[in-house]
Design a protein around this ligand. Structure first.
Ligand code: PHE
Length: 477
């Protein structure tokens, strides 16, 4: 299924990648799934589902994934495989090849820089997850009540030194993996981390299946109830489709650059999107039965995993062990994503200044680590600082909130929009037809990337700018 016969005929010497090739189509797909499945699936997806009323949100999310996520994932992988370099140089190369302005390399710049920004904050949440492994293992969740669970979380976020230690450790592992290169770093990490992640997810779902509230959780996730949907849920679903699939950061472009020639990118992207969605849903199936069992609310927001869940783990038999497993899974999921956020910028520095990989990874690691301090301090010493005041729809956000807003609200959609316009309208359809093997799948993709994706992304944009409220004033669907 993954073989692409049309490409067999167009292989040429220019398609020799600069930084190596995945050693098999399987590892390529597993790595892309690893990049896509991260904190977004296990921490964010369940809390968004909980916040926006369950299954109707799930359906919306699926619609967004098909209309925006899948076409963009195909486009990003294709740009990478066509260019075979770091995203910035791949874009330059393709633009030149197509006789287009070199200004289109802005897509690569935006993605690579945003990747570093996201990683700086991602590492903080990855650090929390690491801290929680040890807390769970030490039995800290036992007999917690709601106040104590909130205090436990606050104790962590209030303590800059502790956060710094975890942030440093999380970044150190990420840098170490990236500096070992494609074969011995990224692939090796994917080979070890992904089975651990999937096995733990399997154990957790199996365990949850034995809980009396399992059916209620299935209902909650899968039986549509449109009454609670509003415009915000629609747009949250859209934004999350971007983030969860790992789009707009150059991650898919660089992983595509290492893709074997004969893999069908349409098929590969479909498998990835399906797996990513399944991992999010299974995480929900693992979490919600416990939340229901403990009689807790599903709408706790970002605190669902770090406050509600420990409470649930504290009150169930085997919760001690299950809690440790859960946070271990979260950390591995975060690492396989974090690696792919650093890789685009690292390969750029390698290509541009001819630095070797370990040096490039370490320099950028220090840069990201330093940037991360701003997010870290925004939970404690600088929690009173609101860099943008009451600007836009943000309210009085801390640095962490502002970063989140800029990334998911502006930078990711902007990169996505430019990618859709470049691939759908500027690149010649002959190029994309060859890369994607023609056929009905290709034609459908072309329609989506030309019309549907840009329209939907523009809607997202307007919401982020606070403009969409002007004309989207629904009480429900
Ligand atoms: N998709 C990842 C997650 O769900 C985050 C990510 C974004 C990874 C962009 C790579 C690129 O957590």
């Amino acid at each position: 299924m993954l073989r692409s016969p049309a490409r067999d005929r167009v292989l040429s010497s220019k398609s020799i990648p600069r930084h190596g090739l995945w050693s098999s189509p399987f590892i390529f797909i597993l790595a892309v799934i690893g990049s896509a499945a991260g904190l977004g699936n296990i921490w964010k997806f369940p809390y968004l589902v909980g916040q926006y009323g369950g299954s109707a949100f799930v359906l919306l999310y699926l619609a967004c994934v098909v209309a925006v996520g899948l076409p963009l994932m195909v486009a990003e992988l294709m740009l990478g495989r066509r260019g075979r370099c770091t995203p910035i140089h791949s874009l330059l190369r393709i633009a030149r090849e197509e006789g287009l302005s070199s200004g289109w390399s802005v897509i690569g710049w935006l993605g690579s820089i945003t990747g570093l920004l996201v990683l700086s904050a991602y590492s903080i949440v990855g650090g929390w997850s690491m801290a929680y492994i040890f807390r769970a293992a030490a039995g800290a969740f036992h007999g917690l009540d709601a106040v104590a669970a909130a205090r436990l979380f606050q104790e962590l976020t209030d303590d800059p030194e502790r956060l710094l230690a975890w942030h440093t450790l999380f970044m150190a592992v990420t840098v170490l993996v990236v500096s070992r290169g494609l074969r011995y770093g990224v692939e090796e990490a994917v080979r070890w981390f992904m089975p651990v992640l999937l096995a733990i997810l399997g154990i957790l779902v199996f365990y949850a299946h034995g809980q009396p509230s399992f059916d209620r959780a299935v209902d909650f996730l899968l039986r549509p109830d449109f009454a609670r949907l509003d415009a915000y849920a629609v747009l949250a679903a859209l934004g999350h489709a971007f983030f969860s699939l790992g789009l707009g950061l150059g991650a898919m472009v660089i992983y595509g650059a290492y893709a074997p020639e004969r893999v069908s990118l349409l098929a590969a992207a479909s498998v990835v999107v399906l797996a990513d969605t399944l991992i999010g849903l299974l995480a929900g199936l693992a979490i919600f039965p416990m939340v229901f069992e403990a009689g807790l609310k599903t709408s706790a927001g970002p605190g669902l995993v770090f406050q509600t869940l420990p409470l649930a783990f504290g009150g169930i038999p085997g919760g001690h062990f299950m809690g440790t497993l859960f946070f271990t899974m979260l950390v591995f999921a975060a690492w396989t994503s974090a690696i792919s956020m650093l890789e685009p910028a690292v390969t750029y520095v390698m290509e541009r200044w001819r630095l070797d990989r370990p040096l490039a990874a370490s320099l950028l690691g220090v840069l990201v680590w330093s940037l991360g301090l701003l997010s870290l301090l925004s939970f404690n010493l600088w929690s009173h600082l609101h860099p943008l005041g009451d600007w836009l729809t943000l309210g009085r956000g801390t640095f962490f909130d502002v970063l989140n807003f800029f990334v998911t609200g502006l930078l990711l959609p902007l990169t996505g929009l430019l990618t859709a316009l470049f691939v759908g309208w500027r690149m010649s359809p002959d190029t994309s037809r060859i890369e994607l093997d023609g056929g009905w799948g290709y034609r459908l993709w072309l329609i989506l990337i030309r019309f549907v994706t840009p329209a939907v992304v523009i809607l997202l944009f307007l919401q982020a700018m606070g403009l969409v409220d002007l004309f989207l004033d629904w009480e429900g669907l």
